[in-house]
Design a protein around this ligand. Structure first.
Ligand SMILES: [Zn+2]
Length: 55
């Protein structure tokens, strides 16, 4: 398996998120929304099974 490590995407605007790791905790910041996103929502959005859209 060769997966490219893509950054997680914002659950709101679908832009790449900035991952910030501090003291063992991972935070996700969206430069587009200009706010922190909850890691749970980010995980759910990025792990959505069978949700492969092609445009
Ligand atoms: Zn966003």
């Amino acid at each position: 398996m060769s997966q490219t490590s893509q950054p997680p995407r914002c659950p709101d605007c679908d832009q790449p998120l900035e991952v910030m790791k501090a003291c063992g905790a991972t935070s996700f910041f969206c430069n587009h929304c200009n706010e922190l996103k909850s890691s749970q929502r980010v995980r759910e959005h990025n792990a959505a099974p069978g949700n492969q859209e092609q445009h």
